[in-house]
Design a protein around this ligand. Structure first.
Ligand SMILES: NC(=O)c1ccc[n+]([C@@H]2O[C@H](COP(=O)([O-])OP(=O)(O)OC[C@H]3O[C@@H](n4cnc5c(N)ncnc54)[C@H](OP(=O)(O)O)[C@@H]3O)[C@@H](O)[C@H]2O)c1
Length: 291
């Protein structure tokens, strides 16, 4: 028997297995393409000959494959092998997929924890690798010490869908920042300004703007978006027109910035011109309900 089994040795799974090995855990590994296990074997990992053997080798099974369908395809044929074990699924997915996987694991007699990895492989094992977990608190309490080898753990609650919900929401924030950055660099680059000259200014501007988030959180939680508004939606919607027009006249595609303009217009039309930008969250939620 080993302490932990890692199934899936892509870039992330390999980093996870290495982090467990570095903490002195006895680790069994399995990957569809066996060659990816060779380097880990030289570092002390035991290479299982089949998925079932891998599952039967440890009480704690950590899975990191490409998508959830792959997890079901891979673990499905292992039959009753999962019974009595803890399955930690660190594959990226949706809250619905996590809840369905949790139900399936339970039907196999396993305890289930879903996870979201907020890190890239080289960060795994260091304090800046944040790993979000949700699902069985009983299982998390029992294995949190071992999972600590991967980075900083944050347990969110019994609902297995919470980790992917937080994961996806954090990624959404990241992609918003990346899309704004891409547009800014296209605009300045079209004017011949080197990215190396502009990005330090952009980075410090983005950092300064993060300072608004606590106020937004208060406004959203209280539902009052009109107190102490320094930059109203109406003012920002007017200034945004310049952003779109300057892009067009520079021959820079406005495809990343137009959706925000249309939401701002919708906010102004809904009578929210004097409110803060945070009031747009409610409009997004209402559009989900078909309003
Ligand atoms: N890399 C990152 O920066 C990062 C960050 C956060 C989260 N994640 C998440 O971590 C998960 C793994 O990412 P990764 O970077 O390790 O991806 P990857 O390097 O592409 O590895 C994919 C893994 O899935 C396996 N796989 C794919 N299709 C399969 C199938 N049909 N049957 C069995 N195994 C299959 C691959 O096996 P083979 O080796 O045989 O192809 C490999 O082990 C993804 O859900 C990803 O979103 C990644």
């Amino acid at each position: 028997m080993s302490d932990i089994t890692v199934i899936g040795l892509g870039a992330m799974g390999t980093a996870l297995a290495e982090a467990f090995l570095n903490q002195g855990h006895k680790v069994t590994v399995w990957n569809r393409s066996p060659a990816k296990a060779e380097a880990l074997a030289t570092k002390g990992a035991i290479v299982a000959k089949s998925v079932e053997e891998a599952v039967r080798s440890s009480p704690l099974i950590v899975v990191c494959l490409l998508v959830y369908d792959t997890v079901r395809e891979t673990l499905g044929p292992t039959g009753a092998a999962l019974s009595g074990r803890t399955l930690v699924n660190l594959t990226n997915g949706t809250p619905e997929q996590a809840r369905a996987m949790s139900g399936w694991a339970l039907s196999q007699g396993a305890l289930y924890i879903d996870g979201g990895i907020m890190a890239v492989p080289p960060m795994i094992g260091g304090p800046h690798a944040l790993i979000l977990y949700s699902g069985s608190s009983q299982a998390f309490d029992a294995c949190s010490g071992q999972l600590g080898a991967l980075g900083t753990s944050k347990y969110l609650g019994e609902d297995a869908g919470l980790a992917p919900l937080y994961d996806i929401s954090l990624l959404t924030g990241m992609y918003g920042m990346f899309s704004g950055t891409l547009h800014a660099l296209a605009l300045t680059g079209a004017a011949g300004i080197p990215a190396g000259e502009f990005t330090p200014l952009l980075a410090s501007w983005l950092q300064a703007m993060q300072g608004l988030l606590p106020q937004w959180a208060e406004q959203i939680d209280s539902g009052d978006h009109t107190s102490n508004v320094a930059s109203s939606l109406g003012m920002q919607a007017d200034a945004y027109i310049n952003l779109v027009e300057a892009s067009r006249s520079a021959g820079v595609s406005a495809e990343l910035v137009l959706p925000m303009q249309s939401l701002m217009k919708r906010g102004v039309a809904a009578g929210q011109a004097n409110a803060d930008l945070s009031s747009l969250v409610g409009l997004l939620q209402r559009s989900k309900q078909g309003a």
